[in-house]
Write a protein that binds this ligand. Sequence first.
Ligand code: ADP
Length: 795
Amino acid sequence: MNPARRDTVPRPPAIGVDGTPASSFAIEDCPLEAADSQATELAALLQTAQTLTATLHVPAVLEAIADQALALIGAQRCAVFELDPLDARLKARAARGMPPSQAFWPTRLGPGAAGSAAVRPQVIFSPDVESQPLPMDDEPGPEAGATRREVVREPGYRAILGAPLASRETVLGAVCLYWDQPHAYDAREVRLLTSLAQYAAIAIENARLYADIAEQRREAELLAEITRDLASSLDLPVVLRKIIEYAKECCGSDMAFIAPYDRVRQVATIVASVGTRTDVYIGVGIRPGTGIGGKVLETRQPFVTSDYLNDPRLSHDYHPLAEQEGFVANMAVPLLRDGEILGVLWVVNRSPRPFTARHQAVVTKLADQAAIAIDHSRLYREASDQAQRMRVVAELGRVLVSTLDESRVMELVVTQAHETLGMLDIAIWLQEAAGGLLRLVAGRGQFSGPLIQRAEPMDPDEGVVGRALAERRPVWTSDVLQDSRIRLRSASRRWIEEIGGRAILAVPLIREHVLGALVAYRPTGARFADHEVEYLSVFANQVAAALENARLYDESQRARADLQGKNAELDTFVYSVSHDLKAPLVTIQGMAGLLLEEYRSQLPEEAARYLGRIQANAQQMEQLILDLLALSRIGREARAATAVSLADVVDDVVADLAGPIRERAIQLVRGELPTIWGVRTQVEQVMGNLVGNAVKYLGDTSQGWVEVGAVDRGAFVECSIRDNGIGIDPAYHERIFEVFQRLKDVEVEGTGVGLAIVKRIVQASGGRIWVESAKGQGATFHFTWPKGPASEVQT
Ligand code: ADP
């Protein structure tokens, strides 16, 4: 601004006490000294302007105003006041020539030189306060009892000149000059003070603007710093602590707190505080609706109060803590992320110094950062929890597969689920049979433990379990006794009341049948998170599979034992019948032979033929009985296994078949055959039957051949007997191994027991047998047989 121009502007009106028309105080009435040279005045003002704008620090500007006022006008004392917008009081920031007890005394707007100059806002003066008193207040000062009126009566305040520091419409403060003696003002002094005040106001505004910009820059830097910290740290407590330190710094508050919110437990827990005298706040849980934090949890809106303890909108839940720490002004903002509330951040003052919109904006930004940090850490935790859970599930799967004992399965499951789900209370309820009662069979935890003793069987449609089974999906409630969806008999209600833990989640165990439910318990009122329901469902799937396996295994074991018993019985029966049949058969054969030998000549031709038929059939029957005896003996084989040369066995078999082989000119090829492990007579039976059948079922070809070979199959040998005979329709590939099953393709002797014997022997050795063939295409029988004793066959 150009001071020269300022000089040409009409002099600002000066007014006297209480705005009375200028009489004895008015400038006009003062004897004016001859004007100094304008050049000197301008130079002085220029100097003032330069000094005032040399700094951008508000306190320094105020100090400079005091110095410049004294230098320009030459009073003995000076005080510069700043208007504090928060309490509308004038606070002396700089003083010259007076004791601090008098200078730094907050002044209301209105009384006193500063108060009246600022409120009007105009220059006010009194050339002699004894004859022309200024409006003074009678409030005692902050120190000893003196009032301002009394202070002004003391030496040093005889003449007073006050000017407002105002910029446009805004009053920023006032500057006052005091003389020891009555002082007649001249126009020059008023002019100088007015100009000074104008420069001063501009300088203060500039400095404030600068401070504002610096603060904004600092905020921006802080936010950038936090963002950087956030990106580089996954340590949530560290990040949250930093955030509240920043919040405290940005608002210049005395304290700050932060509490992440647990949606499941519905409580925000204070995890960090700064500026407090104690750390008793750590771990304090804030429920929605309680105190200022609870208000924010409930409304998701920031809440500001300048008097926490007396604010009628707030509950008194935390008053003891707040009183101890001296909470006065308090601002709480929500930590929001995608509309979800993740926590609360507070800044608190021990004085009524309120929080401004500006503070709220900064703290909201910080709260956003905190929400991001919490969300990230939650995601990270969830991901690692998930990975951990999957590891557990996989491990559980592995263990469960190896266990076929139902009660062991259940113990494993409840223990694992309890430990890996953060000590979640876990139990298993099983249904006795389709539509049967539900029984608690295993449990781990605070509620499930006692439940095992106390829980009574429930109806199939009763309780959370009944509901989950009916809906065939997970069902949960935070209080089973209050939930209208859930049916409970009064007897069941009684023991549930006794145990507590009425927040219940039930996940049905379903495979082909409904087996029961995997159940989690929590203290009444608590909730279950989606990921818990999901995880327990995965668990439940595994449990259901394991339970079903255990049951199937149980059933198959029972069936096997049953079958073994029946087979043994049958073998004994077959053995005794065959045995008993043998004696009468021998008699029939003997008698028929005797008749033929001794009465041959006396018998008519036809009778002799009949006797021949009797003999042939008796022989056939004898073979049958021998075969049946062999079959029944396999289960009771008592002879020890040894190493058996397959080549020797085949050679013996071929030697026995030498007759038909030669007669029909059958080509017999034996490959390299190894040594195997078994009972030699059994191996002979197998080879005898298979090679015998190959020769027997060649049909009427004149170029029949049979080939015996073997390949190594690790612990086993796979033996193959191949022929180019009549072959077998694939429809009968299974059937031919059953007792008495014969195909009617050719008229060849046989009992239909041979392959049944072979199959039983092969299976008893641990091997298997099958056939590859088509009608008219020859047949290849394969069987596997262990190379060594059972202990070496484990691979
Ligand atoms: P059997 O030879 O006493 O009739 P088996 O149990 O040894 O009884 O054989 C059952 C049936 O399998 C035979 O009746 C025959 O129809 C068929 N069979 C067995 N081996 C062969 C083969 N190598 N070629 C064609 N058919 C065969």
